[in-house]
Design a protein around this ligand. Structure first.
Ligand SMILES: C[S@@+](CC[C@H](N)C(=O)[O-])C[C@H]1O[C@@H](n2cnc3c(N)ncnc32)[C@H](O)[C@@H]1O
Length: 432
């Protein structure tokens, strides 16, 4: 397919996403099924155009003065890909499979491409209704912070110290990935996205299959490291899901002590078994819930550290899932908040006196971060105290990071702008 034909395809897919209000992955999959002639490079290029258009949907529509899929794709080519009006006109030739030629107005709009008067939620591409929450967190940095969340995310790897002695060893074994060492996590390797937005297929690397490396955002690595878990501790990973954090905790504990990994949804736990084996983890008991029964009821009051990697809106991962932001609704935030209260209450009964709850979300919304913590403190009046973030950072050996992370009322906020990671929140509560 020509570059112009790929743009036509991206406009078509975007139209499908809008018309049927469906996730981008589904629309792209359907497009691929009905256009079997398109090769894998074409599909990847089209997906990349669609995701970039979703990243800049509001600002692209603003500069074009209309909200059609064509306008959004054209505006994105200008704003996100940096093409000038001439380059875009050359692509829109009207030839077979190419988009129709630019109208005079489109050309003028692309030439001007002005966002100066755009309101913050347009200039930085987020739903207007979350602006009050974001303003409370970011203040004057609102636009810069949210614009950083419209960029493409790198692919981060965590080096598994149960299998490799050092990050350097893994790095040296994978020179063709052109990875760089992450600056904050001592275990991270970072692969920048390619021109077309694609990353390498890390899962086929022999080192991945041997368990030397895991795919994990640097922010997620840091969140696990800030838990400060140590060899010999009793730990519950209450929302373990596919086990991303569980694996990181097991490596920190050097396979000593015990991690109980569970999740409210048994299906989410399914991949964890293979991942534990591949990573050489031997200190994890997977507790799969059955028939609605609590899988860790025997552990009440016995646990040193309960990790709550809470269900959340995932606003902090919008670089990777840009269509999720346009589907976020107040109702879904409310549902997540109730789930967060449930998991925090469950964690509160598992932790022993003197033990701690480490609360993590991949969100930047105060409603599911500081406010979730405030909710627990109120419900369990006097039982818990916040561990101050300088202490958490010092204890985990990360005192030097205090300046890069944003301190909130009760925890720490990582963001693409401040830490170059996904937007992660971490708070630590100690049981008195
Ligand atoms: C952010 S995901 C976990 C990701 C995982 N820890 C990782 O690092 O790969 C949140 C998880 O919370 C689980 N969850 C939701 N409500 C829950 C509940 N009441 N009890 C336990 N887990 C729950 C979801 O099924 C989901 O797997």
């Amino acid at each position: 397919m020509t570059p112009a034909a790929r743009i036509s395809a991206a406009i078509e897919v975007l139209g499908d996403i809008e018309a049927r209000r469906r996730p981008a992955t589904d629309a792209l999959k359907d497009w691929g099924l009905s256009h079997r002639f398109a090769g894998s490079k074409d599909r990847a290029a089209i997906a990349s155009l669609v995701y970039d258009a979703l990243r800049r949907k509001a600002s692209a529509a603003w500069i074009m003065g209309e909200n059609t899929p064509r306008a959004v794709v054209l505006g994105m080519l200008r704003l996100q890909r940096g093409l000038n009006a001439d380059a875009i006109a050359a692509l829109c030739s009207g030839d077979r499979f190419a988009p129709e030629p630019l109208t005079g107005t489109e050309r003028e709009k692309l030439d001007a491409a002005k966002l100066d008067d755009a309101p913050a939620h347009v200039a930085a591409d987020f739903p207007e209704w979350i602006e009050p929450s974001l303003t409370r967190l970011f203040g004057d940095d609102l636009v810069a912070e949210m614009q950083a969340l419209t960029t493409r995310a790198p692919l981060d790897l965590r080096v598994n110290t149960l299998k490799v002695s050092s990050r350097e060893e893994a790095h040296d074994a994978l020179p063709h990935l052109a990875a760089i060492e992450t600056s904050l996590s001592p275990l991270g390797l970072r692969i920048m996205p390619g021109e077309d937005g694609r990353g390498p297929a890390v899962q086929v690397e022999p080192e991945f299959i041997k368990g030397w490396i895991e795919i994990q955002d640097e922010g997620s690595q840091l969140a696990a490291l800030l838990s400060g878990v140590k060899p010999g501790e009793q730990v519950v990973d209450l929302c373990a899901g596919g086990g991303g954090k569980t694996l990181a905790l097991a490596a920190m504990m050097e396979n000593h002590g015990q991690i109980y990994a569970t999740d409210g949804d048994a299906r989410r736990l399914a991949p964890i078994h293979d991942r534990l084996t591949r990573a050489g983890v031997r200190n994890v008991q997977v507790r799969t819930p059955r028939g609605g029964a609590d899988a860790v009821s025997d552990l009440n009051g016995k646990i040193d550290c309960v990790l709550v990697d809470a269900p959340c809106t995932g606003v902090g991962t919008w670089r990777r899932n840009p269509d999720a932001k346009w589907r976020l609704r107040p109702g879904s935030l409310e549902v997540r908040r109730k789930e967060q209260a449930t998991v925090l209450d469950r964690a509160a009964s598992l932790v022993k006196p003197g033990g701690r709850i480490v609360y993590i979300t991949c969100s930047i919304l105060a409603e599911e971060n500081d406010e979730a913590i405030e909710g627990l403190l109120e419900r369990k009046s006097g039982e818990f105290e916040i561990v101050s973030m300088p202490r958490v950072l010092e204890a985990a050996g990360f005192g030097r990071l205090a300046g890069s992370m944003r301190a909130t009322a009760h925890g720490l906020q990582m963001t693409p702008l401040r830490t170059g990671t996904d937007g992660f929140f971490v708070a630590v509560l100690k049981k008195r």
